[in-house]
Design a protein around this ligand. Sequence first.
Ligand code: RP5
Length: 232
Amino acid sequence: MEWRASHILIKERGQAQELLRKVKQGARFETLARDYSTCPSKSKGGDLGWFGEGKMVPQFEAAVKRMEISPVVFVVMGSISDLAVMDEAVAILKKFDIPHEITVASAHRNPARVIQIASNAGKNGIKVIIAGAGHAAHLAGVIAAHTILPVIGVPIDSSCLQGIDSLFSTLQMPPGIPVATMAVGKSGAKNAGILAAQMLALVDPRLSKILDNYKKEMALQVEKKAEELKAY
Ligand code: RP5
C-alpha cells in the first residue's frame, strides 16, 4: 500500500522555529517532508503540533505560537485510544487560545509517570489539569492525590460498561481529594475544556470576555433554531 505523508511532526520548540523560518522562506512541503519526521494523519500527530500541505503558514504559525507560551492546562489521558474523546477538550483550549500540553500516562500501566507529571505540574506553571480515562479510571484521582492544582476528570466510555465504570471511579473520590468530574464521553471532555477556561478566567479578563461571548453565541443559536421551528 502506498504511504503518503500529510503532516510533519514537530517534537520541540527549536525545531518548530527552524521549520517556521523555512516555511516563510517558501520551502515546499515535499522538501521539508524529506528532512523531518512525517506521518499520514493528524490523529498520529507529534507531541506538540503539526501542519499539513496547502495550509501550512497560518496553522503552523498558530502551533508555534502555542508552543512559545508556557502551557497552563495539562491534558492527560490514560491511553492514546482516548484521544478521539479528549480532542473535544483540546479543541476548546485551542478555540479559546489557552496554552496547553497534551500527553498520555496511565495510572495502571505507568503509575510512576503519572505521579511525576502530577508532582511537577505546579512548578512548571500549570494551573489546571484535565484527566480523561476509561475502564477502572484511577487517573484523575491519582493525579489529584499528588497535586493541589484543580483536577477535572473526564470518564471515558471505552469499556463494555460504556462509561458507568469510569464515571464512578472518577467521581467517587474519598473526602479530602476532590476531582471535578464531568459527564461521560465527548460532552464531558468539551465541558472539561470550558470549565478549565472558567477557572483561568477568574484572573484573566481576556478569557472572561471570550467565555461571555461564547455563552451569548450559544443562546443566540438556540433562539435561531426556535425561530426556524416556527415555520416547521
Ligand atoms: C484506560 O483503559 C484508558 O484510559 C482507556 O480508556 C482504556 C483502554 O486503553 P487501551 O487498551 O485502548 O490502551 O486505562
